[in-house]
Design a protein around this ligand. Structure first.
Ligand SMILES: C[S@@+](CC[C@H](N)C(=O)[O-])C[C@H]1O[C@@H](n2cnc3c(N)ncnc32)[C@H](O)[C@@H]1O
Length: 320
């Protein structure tokens, strides 16, 4: 089972220490209600080698073991990693194994990073961090501490496996809770929410919850699906969006800026917009499920299979 005690010790002497009032009890409760496969997934990190490795987090997420692994040992690791499919966010290059994930999350990072206040020495929260790909890239930018929060237990186990192959690096940690369960800490210099807003039933509450985690003047990095339109345009899919059941609100950029200002963010600006391409989200050997090409109208890629506008994403920055 995954041990959160090193994280508690790590934050005890930082400005996240107030979290210790609620977090240990919440995670104790969480342990009682985990997914049926959690114990099996959590054990997979134990099968990863303890060998020392050279780590590169600056332009990719990569570990190169000081002693090269044999072909047999590599095959054994791949076998275990495949038990944690689907691998959605990445890619990872670990001990000579390329985990070619469904998403080229590095494309998103390349769109976002140039616009940010420098991450060096910052304490960062990544809400909805998935398997943690972007967290490692934040560490690569010199962040002091990175905390990810994501309720999906498979992603927690993928994160722990990657951490092990990165030499048990503790500069990033993943806490398996939803943002709405998190005590307001007002302690993070930068808060990321990427690919989460449209999954929330109450988007303004989500924005307020993000603000409650930021220090005064801290930076919010919000990345989400948008539609074209003016301040009054918001898409609320009647049923599915790109085959997803859990998509609730897709605003236009002006509507999103209005929401952020309504909950008290300042200096709100859109710095980037991009249509999701078939190079960024595609089927690989690391997932059995369908991918973007199956979610689009086969005769018109500007529409989803439901006839709605195809995925377009914006990056919005704001200060608390
Ligand atoms: C589309 S993925 C985005 C992953 C990553 N941030 C990225 O941009 O590639 C959405 C993530 O949000 C997580 N999530 C869903 N509900 C959440 C909540 N209430 N609080 C935090 N994360 C949540 C999901 O488990 C999933 O990993």
């Amino acid at each position: 089972m995954i041990d959160f005690r090193p994280f508690y010790q790590q934050i005890a002497t930082t400005n996240l220490s107030a979290w210790l009032e609620t977090l240990p009890a919440q995670l104790k409760q969480w342990e009682k209600t985990t997914h049926g496969d959690y114990a099996k997934w959590a054990k997979i990190a134990d099968f990863m080698p303890n060998s020392t490795a050279c780590i590169n987090l600056k332009d990719k997420v990569e570990s190169i073991p000081t002693e090269p692994l044999s072909a047999g040992e590599q095959q054994r690791i791949v076998h275990h990693l495949k038990q944690l499919m689907p691998w959605r966010k990445g890619p990872y290059h670990l001990h000579g194994i390329h985990i070619d994930t469904e998403w080229r999350s590095d494309f998103k990072w390349d769109r976002v990073l140039p616009h940010l206040a420098p991450l060096k020495d910052r304490t960062i929260l990544d809400v909805g961090c998935g398997s943690g790909y972007h967290m490692w890239r934040m560490v690569g930018e010199g962040a002091k501490m990175v905390v990810g929060i994501d309720p999906t237990e498979l992603f927690l186990c993928q994160f722990e496996v990657v951490r092990k192959l990165l030499g048990n690096d503790r500069r990033a940690n993943l806490i398996p809770l939803g943002i709405e369960e998190m005590q307001p800490l007002a302690a993070f210099d930068t808060v990321f929410s990427m690919g989460v807003l449209y999954h929330r039933k109450s988007p303004l509450d989500h924005l307020s919850q993000l603000k409650a985690q930021l220090v005064k003047g801290g930076e919010l990095v919000l990345e989400t699906l948008v539609i074209d339109g003016d301040v009054n345009d918001v898409l609320v899919p009647a049923d599915r969006y790109a085959k997803m059941k859990n998509v609730y609100f897709i605003p236009s950029v002006p509507a999103l800026i209005n929401w952020l200002e309504k909950v008290g963010f300042k200096n709100v600006r859109c710095v980037e917009q991009a249509i999701t391409t078939l190079e960024e989200q595609r089927k690989t050997d690391w997932l059995e499920n369908e991918s973007l090409v199956d979610f689009l109208d086969p005769n018109d890629h500007s529409k989803t299979i439901e006839g709605l506008p195809a995925p377009k994403r914006a990056v919005i920055l704001a200060n608390s």
